[in-house]
Design a protein around this ligand. Sequence first.
Ligand code: UN1
Length: 500
Amino acid sequence: MTIRKEVEAILAHLGVPATTGNLTVRTPITGEVIAQIATITPEAANKAIAQAHAAYLEWRNVPAPKRGELIRLLGEELRTNLEPLGRLVTIETGKLLSEGHGEVQEMIDICTYAAGLSRQLAGLTVPSERAKHRMMETWHPLGVVGIISAFNFPVAVWSWNAALALVSGDAVVWKPSEKTPLTALATQAIFERAAKKFGGVPTGLATLLIGDAKVGEQLVDSPLIPLVSATGSTAMGRAVAPKLAARFAKAILELGGNNAAIVAPTADLDLTLRAIAFSAMGTAGQRCTTLRRLIVHADVYDKLIPQLKKVYGSVVIGDPGAQGTLVGPLIDERSYNAMQKSLEEARTSGAAVTGGDRVPTTNDEAFYVRPALVEIGSQTDTVKRETFAPILYVLKYSDFADALALHNDVPQGLSSSIFTMNLREAELFLSATGSDCGIANVNIGTSGAEIGGAFGGEKETGGGRESGSDAWKQYMRRATNTINYGTDLPLAQGVSFDID
Ligand code: UN1
């Protein structure tokens, strides 16, 4: 069966109606066209946003634990469809089958989390300084949440946002990457089945808009959308953030990462090697959490780096659906060219590059590369820039303070790791003067975060937090309530204002 036929079968199985249109969808596995689908017009998009707003006005009246039931059902539908949706993720993104399945598992996990959360959207009770007064916080639904997602986690990122937003009483409008609209259509069909099992939801509660950047702009500019959660490049964030700020809308931005790991002299090198391999080469270097910089102590450098070179030289590259493959294709030619440009710059600045070359296949439009290990003397501008491809820059250090300084000396601040058995180094790395990232790990890699923690990063990564912990608060508005159950009217701060 051709991939196109397989895609048609999966879409039919998941309940996606067959369409045709002007958006060409390709699989990075072979580069071949797998679908032609319709995009939305600006007028229809505006209508859909208005419809989502109307849905929110209804949905906010549904008790939160009932809203949680919808998300529980969504989780069930996803469980039932883990295999076909996971496979579709692999076909559309080129990530390994186990990673495709893992992505759907991540969706299921956030649904489980959000269903429980729906009974825990609790506010504080705060002691009042006034007699017979009670002070408390209440959390209310916010409105329509705009979700702009990237190709590399085409459906999990929607679910992090949608599961929390929907239990919070919001409606969601989603603009997925143009590179991955099929998994979005499949997810929408799965959501609609869950909504049906729920007994119906207001029309437009979860809306999918397939289109180009202009559709994203409509979400960003719409006065009906009080929060936009956008995942993508720092350049995209720079365009979006001021527009949202200008209309006092909220933003959750998940932008570029330039994640590093420090390998200290006491590191368990066997574990370190395996962690580096997954974080740096997994998903062909196309996670925002991918390990891009390795800062290795001089004492272990000559032991670790040859081992790493061996792994880089022997790792199986090819069809992400095949057993044994560890590195699938890059998303497209543009990504390949960006990788080659960065490697060329590194070579010019005197770096030693291992790998990075294109792995030939029968199809010219598929871009497979051997992951690159780049030994470089200093943190050049090339190293400081995120290249969304499997390039691992390796730097050497002798003094821990220098390693930390190098670690933090990049514009991005998403994820970070230290490999050490030295408690002082580990704790220092996690302390206020250590890693400046939103995620800081000890003895595990930079990628593959669980949904229970807040996910996001600092500096040019955008500052947003999605997924677990108290990220839900961003999807709600907080009211502080003070209730007087006495007969007097004492004023705060002891102010007197007697009118008789
Ligand atoms: C992303 O690359 O946009 O931590 C998200 C991870 C995944 C999510 C990555 N759970 O690598």
